[in-house]
Design a protein around this ligand. Structure first.
Ligand SMILES: Nc1ncnc2c1ncn2[C@@H]1O[C@H](COP(=O)(O)OP(=O)(O)O)[C@@H](O)[C@H]1O
Ligand SMILES: [Mg+2]
Length: 393
């Protein structure tokens, strides 16, 4: 699997994992004079308190986070929690009331508007929920629209738009009009329009939320496939826990204009920060999200006076060699270790049937730890309500 980062023309190059967007102390209140509301927020007031006291709507009460090059960063939360406001602040469709947004170290909030437009035009594309296609233009013309606005010449933008349509599997539909395309195809055109600019950052606000579940799943796969080809930096807004878990490298959960938790899907499933976060992910099937790596723990090395039941042997490089019965005898189980990336779902039977906790190894054979039956059950037990809110699958 090859991964490349699209090169931002003329701007500093960024390596995968490096911070691209750094957001600090970001606040947005919808008021002509934001100061009284900001003052309340500084003293820790909630969105509801500000609304009650000043009749001012708080879009973002406070947000600080980093988004790294090449990751899909999902922002999720209930309707009204401030997700769209954050995205609009990122590309400066709206002005922050307070705080900093740095793109590759440059403070966007301090840039003069002309420079800003230049930076944003080059580096960011936005995909909306409503497909926002122009009805009297073909798929190709729609896909080329962003480039047209950016002043790219006709021949060049048609070429880029066609290539983008090809990438989303719609090359044969280039001359069709939106009303001749299904909802899923229309959203692919929307995606192609964003891709045609070859942006290094894509902002997707509930981009798939209007689609039927199956088509939505296809689009998620499509996005993941595109992401394997070109690791862009993607900020993906969703209110759907399944979707977030499926596509995210990391998730920020928003609650009333603040970030309740940021973490990988596995981190959030295993240790939700509060009841709100827990409730949000309650219906998610943990066995499909968690991987062997997430549950691997150091093997039990025995308690005082009582030897461990099993000993896990590694070579000097830390690679797994085998398992010994803990009494030091020479019984060596012919035990196949589990690859770290294996989904837990594929392991349930093996863990249950194994004579000892299953060893987990990295791709290079390095021993990571073991998965015991009890650790597995603990990870899958999501409390008494687990599963009740489950959606499709
Ligand atoms: N232009 C606006 N004027 C006043 N209030 C707004 C405006 N835009 C958003 N809000 C308020 O900001 C809060 C966050 O909205 P939004 O970011 O759209 O939430 P989400 O996308 O998570 O549903 C909501 O309470 C909303 O009513
Ligand atoms: Mg929204």
């Amino acid at each position: 699997m090859t991964m490349t980062l699209p090169t931002p023309t003329g701007s500093s190059s960024t390596a995968i994992g490096q911070v691209r967007l750094a957001v600090r102390g970001l606040r947005k209140v919808f008021a002509d004079d934001p100061r009284p509301a900001l003052e309340m927020l500084h003293r820790g007031a909630t969105k509801a308190e500000v609304l009650h006291r000043l009749n001012v709507n708080v879009g973002v009460a406070e947000a600080s986070f980093d988004i790294r090059a090449g990751e899909i960063f999902v922002i999720m939360g209930l309707s009204g929690s401030g997700k769209s406001t954050i995205v609009r602040l990122l590309n400066r469709l709206i002005e922050p009331s307070e705080g900093q947004i740095r793109l590759d170290g440059r403070d966007l909030t301090a840039l003069p508007y002309g420079d800003l437009v230049e930076v944003l035009r080059r580096d960011m594309s936005m995909v909306f929920q409503s497909f926002a296609l122009l009805p009297n233009r073909t798929a190709l013309e729609n896909a080329a629209f962003g480039l047209e606005v950016a002043g790219v010449k006709r021949g060049e933008r048609r070429k880029a738009a066609l290539a983008a349509l090809e990438r989303v599997g719609l090359a044969d539909y280039a001359d069709r009009y939106p009303d001749e395309l299904s909802g899923g195809m229309q959203q692919r055109v929307g995606l192609a329009r964003a891709l045609a600019k070859n942006p290094t950052i894509m902002l997707m606000d509930e981009a798939f939320s209007a689609l039927d579940p199956l088509i939505r799943c296809d689009m998620q796969d499509e996005l993941l496939r595109l992401q394997r080809e070109d690791a862009r930096t993607i900020v993906f807004i969703s209110h759907d826990a399944e979707e977030a878990m499926r596509i995210a490298d990391r998730i920020a959960v928003m609650e009333d204009g603040r970030i309740a938790q940021i973490g990988t899907p596995a981190e959030i499933l295993r240790a939700p920060a509060d009841g709100y976060v827990r409730a949000f992910f309650r219906g998610v099937d943990a066995s499909r999200v968690l991987r062997a790596r997430d549950l691997a723990r150091p093997p039990d090395d025995g308690t005082a006076g009582e030897p461990a039941r099993f000993r896990y042997r590694t070579d000097p490089e830390g690679r797994f060699r085998g398992v010994l019965a803990g009494d030091g005898a020479s019984v060596l189980f012919g035990l196949e270790p589990v690859a770290a990336e294996t989904p837990i779902q594929a392991l349930l039977g093996r863990v249950a049937a194994a004579a000892c906790p299953l060893p987990v190894v990295e791709a290079d054979g390095r021993f990571l730890g073991v998965i015991s039956c009890s650790a597995l059950l603990a990870a899958l037990d999501r409390g008494e309500d687990a599963g009740r809110g489950a959606r499709h699958g």
